[in-house]
Design a protein around this ligand. Structure first.
Ligand code: ATP
Ligand code: MG
Length: 355
């Protein structure tokens, strides 16, 4: 679906745990924008572990069909992962990314003073490839165990020029919208010279692809081995602007970056493809605090802003983002994860007021 003129249809998938508590906040923030974005219509959709327990599927066909045929974008809450393997259950978020071809996971991490334990100013975005790398093995055949009964395990890693090129383009596009316009390619091609070598070369080559016509001339490019990237992320996070990485490194880097800004409850993401975008807070379903109205709604609200930004509604996104920043800076209305005493709903209404 594409965003056509008049109305914006948003699929709402709260799923499990605190996902149900934080997604209404994201909705309220979008609604508070009023007429500065197209008329919005919210469509409630089912998915998640509870959905699996009730219906036998974690991602009903109807949810995917409505997303594909009726929605312009979506917001996802969080999904519970059962601690032991449950027969027939697989994560709906992984399936959604695949079915909607949401090949990029975009996670901006930035700091707003004054949050306890916070490092110096951080303003970076991790652009993680979502569709391949380790764990997306082509063959499911079991290998016969070799070596006199000693267990062995093997994983296959797939990196393609196609996927590397489109994630690279996404990273360059995002860099263009940011003040520093700097891309760092994260890889480990000193060890994985074939797969990471292909990733690195392909991303590097994006600006000189036919048809680019110097579009990315203003973007500077650096590269870094993933291990030293993590080290430098903790020592001097301010050096990074856009970090683009294959799936596995992107996963690790973005959680590490999230740790630098105080709480998981602050970090948003979007899953983006060429024709669909789905906002999703980075945190999980947080069963330890679910049902208490104390979950921090700001990651979900920022995810809504990010979704709007990705769709081209920059002003709407900026209004939500600055309202969130104001609430954090003021420090009067914060949930317990940030050392405050406010409830989820109280924080939401303070954000809405400022929008
Ligand atoms: P899941 O299996 O769904 O990922 P989890 O137990 O890993 O669940 P997370 O949601 O990843 O839980 O959260 C990890 C920790 O961070 C938990 O202690 C949780 O309470 C806290 N946390 C996560 N999100 C929030 C939030 N929005 N507000 C406050 N605390 C949060
Ligand atoms: Mg988790």
């Amino acid at each position: 679906a594409t965003v056509a003129g008049k109305s914006l249809k948003i699929g709402m998938i709260p799923a499990d745990g605190i996902g149900r508590e934080v997604l209404p906040g994201a909705k309220a923030a979008i609604q508070a924008l009023g007429s500065s974005i197209p008329t919005t219509e919210f469509i409630d959709l089912q998915a998640g572990f509870e959905c699996f327990q009730k219906t036998g599927t974690a991602l009903p066909d109807e949810t995917v069909e409505v997303l594909k045929n009726e929605c312009d974008c979506a917001l996802f809450g969080a999904v519970s992962s059962p601690s032991r393997k449950v027969f027939g259950y697989s994560s709906p978020i992984v399936a959604l990314r695949k079915k909607m071809d949401l090949y990029a996971n975009i996670r901006p991490v930035s700091s707003v003073a004054p949050i306890p334990n916070e490092q110096p100013t951080i303003d970076l975005v991790v652009v993680r490839e979502n569709t391949e790398c380790l764990g997306f093995s082509i063959s499911k055949k079991k290998h016969r165990l070799l070596g006199k009964g000693a267990p062995k395990a093997r994983a296959t890693r797939l990196i393609t020029e196609y996927a590397s090129r489109r994630i690279g383009e996404m990273a360059f596009k995002i860099a263009l919208t940011r003040p520093r316009k700097h891309v760092t390619i994260i890889h480990k091609s000193n060890v994985l010279s074939v797969t990471d070598g292909l990733f690195r070369e392909t991303v590097r080559g994006v600006p000189t692809l036919p048809g680019m016509n110097g579009k990315y001339d203003g973007v500077t490019v650096a590269e870094q081995l993933v291990d030293s990237a993590v080290y430098r992320l903790f020592r001097e996070p301010h050096i990074y602007d856009v970090m683009v990485a294959p799936n596995l490194y992107g996963d690790i880097i973005s959680d590490a970056a999230a740790a630098l800004v105080g709480s998981l409850g602050l970090v948003p993401s979007v899953n983006a493809g060429d024709s669909f975008v789905m906002g999703e807070p980075v945190h999980g379903s947080a069963p330890d605090i679910a049902g208490k109205d104390i979950a921090n709604p700001l990651a979900a609200i920022r995810s809504a802003a990010l979704m709007l930004r990705q769709l081209g509604y920059r002003n709407g996104a900026a209004r939500i983002e600055s309202a969130v920043d104001d609430v954090i800076r003021e420090g009067r209305y914060l949930t317990p994860d940030l050392g405050g005493k406010s409830s989820t709903s109280e924080v939401v209404s303070q954000v809405v007021k400022r929008i």
